[in-house]
Design a protein around this ligand. Sequence first.
Ligand SMILES: C[S@@+](CC[C@H](N)C(=O)[O-])C[C@H]1O[C@@H](n2cnc3c(N)ncnc32)[C@H](O)[C@@H]1O
Length: 227
Amino acid sequence: MKVKMDQRFEDVYWILDGKKQLATKNLVPGQRVYDEVLKRSRGVEYRVWNPYRSKLAAAIYKGLSTFPFKKGSRILYLGIASGTTASHISDIIGNSGVIFGIEIAQRVLRDLLPVAAARKNIVPIMESARRPQNYCWIVPEVDVVYEDVAQPDQASILRRNSDIFLRKRGYAFIAVKSSSIDVTLPPKKVYRQVEREMTSTGKYKLIENIDLSPYDPKHAMIVFRKL
Ligand SMILES: C[S@@+](CC[C@H](N)C(=O)[O-])C[C@H]1O[C@@H](n2cnc3c(N)ncnc32)[C@H](O)[C@@H]1O
């Protein structure tokens, strides 16, 4: 088995053993977060990052070129759920970084708690991402706002949180589920609506829009930069 660091993204790896699989270095060796496969090479443990379970992994497989997740990054994660994607971001940003994870559903947040207890860089916050005023006392300025809430008003949730928490030149990522916004419109039209909601304010520039099929049909990862 061979392991190579991605040519563009630091701390993102490719495991080559017959097939080519995305992976991150396990920040908490021996511990799984979901049912991911663990692989060891030269005394280092890696967690295979499944593009069918994580839209950020799917975006990397589909050619994402913006990747501001680095050692020490501060992330506001809206809709962190039980931490599937966040755990891989946690591996990448290391103990000098931090993820503030907003989640409204008590049941999934309960599953996140042991993950956050083992990983010191995840701060779970039970709150609605529609009420940033309720967590602005705990969340500082961040480098990245990452949103995956599958709600009809997901674009306005992203804009309001990015207006408050995102630093200038920071990045806003949104995993858009087109059917959550408008099931009657073709996905591309829904993506344009989301892009307009952010760019029409003059505060954000569209950087890229990645269609996530076949991993997540009718989903896109759209990336903006704060001007
Ligand atoms: C598709 S799941 C997120 C999966 C997760 N991002 C991952 O990749 O591991 C969407 C999550 O958003 C949460 N959610 C929905 N509306 C929300 C809101 N207003 N505020 C915070 N979380 C919300 C749901 O409870 C659910 O856990």
